[in-house]
Design a protein. Structure first.
Length: 245
């Protein structure tokens, strides 16, 4: 029981702990840590080599599922993307993140609006490929069915070489103290690199994400120029600039 309590304290302090780190901290094998997690599934969850508090996943500890999330707050997600649409300008190069929110932005982009859109998920790419004025850049790699997206070091490197006018980034959790987070660790690199390479950075998430924490932290709310929700565009002060629709 001391080992379980020590693991819980370490995760509470860090938010997320790699399996290898946990084994070293506890002085046991990785297999033993896996067994401990399985025996205490109500307290811990194991995702992509990382251990998190099960409560941080929401929904009673169940992992993010693309199919179920697609129907969750769908109207609010679409409204948020309608507001985000006003932030697009002809001729720009933009990054559109994965997930079930920004697919609504992809669907609403007018057929005659000239854009270069960079994405790494099939559900976002699918409506874009039929738009004649959109030049689509789909980053490839190993398919991740949980978010219908891809991941690879090569595609991350490619993203770093693309100049972006704007990055539209999704999230599963927005918390005042623990920042902006998502459910899948492979998404973090794409979100961070897109934000680093973009002139403007927009968080697009409905208000149900407020006060929620997902296992993979990727940014502070202050790192975005604006938060776009179903209520509109909430501009944030950054480097003396104010962004509005």
């Amino acid at each position: 029981m001391k080992r379980i309590d020590a693991l819980g304290q370490a995760i509470a302090a860090r938010g997320v702990l790699h399996l290898r780190e946990a084994a070293g901290l506890l002085g046991v094998s990785e297999m033993t840590v896996r067994r401990d997690i399985a025996a205490h599934s109500g307290r811990f969850a194991y995702l992509g080599g990382h251990i998190v508090n099960a409560a941080d996943l929401g929904g009673g500890g169940t992992a993010y599922d693309l199919a179920s999330e697609a129907d969750s707050h769908a109207r609010a997600k679409r409204q948020a993307c309608t507001h985000a649409l006003a932030l697009l300008h002809p001729g720009e190069t933009i990054f559109v993140d994965c997930g079930t929110t920004l697919v609504h932005l992809a669907e609403q982009i007018p057929d005659d609006l000239p854009l270069t859109v960079v994405c790494y998920s099939l559900n976002v790419a699918d409506p874009l490929r039929a738009k004649p004025a959109v030049r689509l850049v789909l980053l490839g790699g190993v398919y991740q069915p949980g978010s219908d997206s891809f991941s690879s070091e090569d595609s991350l490197a490619s993203l770093s070489r693309i100049g972006l006018d704007a990055a539209f980034v999704s999230a599963g959790g927005i918390h005042a103290e623990r920042g902006v987070s998502c459910s899948h660790f492979h998404e973090v690199g794409y979100k961070k690199r897109a934000m680093a390479g973009a002139t403007r950075r927009y968080l697009v998430a409905d208000r149900s994400k407020l006060d929620r924490v997902r296992p993979a932290f990727f940014a502070g709310l202050s790192e975005f120029d604006a938060w776009v929700s179903e209520d509109g565009v909430e501009a944030r002060s950054q480097k003396g600039r104010t962004i509005s629709a």
